[in-house]
Ligand binder design. Sequence first.
Ligand code: UP5
Ligand code: MG
Length: 241
Amino acid sequence: MWRRATSFSPLISSFKSSFFSQEASQIKILEMFTTGIPLQEKGGTCPNRRAPFITFVLGGPGSGKGTQCAKIVDTFGLKHLSAGDLLRKEIASDSEYGSMILNTIREGKIVPSKVTVELLRREMESSDNYKFLIDGFPRSEENRRAFEEIMEAEPDIVLFFNCPEEEMVKRVLSRNQGRIDDNIDTVRKRLKVFEELNLPVIKHYAKRGKLHKINAVGTVDEIFEQVRLVFAPYERRLKEN
Ligand code: UP5
Ligand code: MG
């Protein structure tokens, strides 16, 4: 498990205390294992410290992110954190922000970064695992910057499931799981938001040499064979506990 040495306020209070104030961003937060050993900063060299291993999973609606994440978890033992699922859980738990999240998802728009990053941070810092598969996040450059600033971490791997629009629409509309955003109007909006806001994130990570573009058309197993190759060079690190 890894956590930071500061005390953590619940989601609600973090809304009230502006997460992004200059003052807050200047506070250097010490990262620690529960053993009390300070955590390695990204790029640090101390052998006794360990940084989280982070994979971002990107792609349009219905591109197969969740399906492939299940296989990655089975094969490589990463902790799956679906940003969409965390937000839907917030709606179901009747939290103060549930209706705002519901309306945002219904419109195919993006929930404010401070909400999503806080949900992810909580999950990451309370997990026994240090290898995270973050599904459907970051969805915008603002999301990306907020995560990197708050978590003081960058992804090791970014997967991008590249799928033609008509295939994504077909998959989403035949999913039948009762999701409020699985209707043609919202799907069109989700696709537009993906193109306008998520593609710049994908381009950013391509420039940083972290992006792995996967052809998301084919059987689930065929697609996973491409994914497996991305993780292969990290296999030793992924086996460490
Ligand atoms: N399927 C999967 N693979 C297939 C294959 N190879 N061949 C044929 N069929 C295949 O797959 C979709 C469907 O296709 C399934 O029925 C599957 O069996 C089949 P899935 O794996 O679920 O695709 P996925 O890419 O996960 O699609 P999803 O709809 O979950 O993607 P979204 O990114 O749209 O949804 P998410 O849950 O991440 O976000 C929902 C909303 O939450 C967003 O629109 C946004 O409003 C909000 N949100 C934020 O605001 N911020 C965030 O950070 C995250 C979400
Ligand atoms: Mg999904």
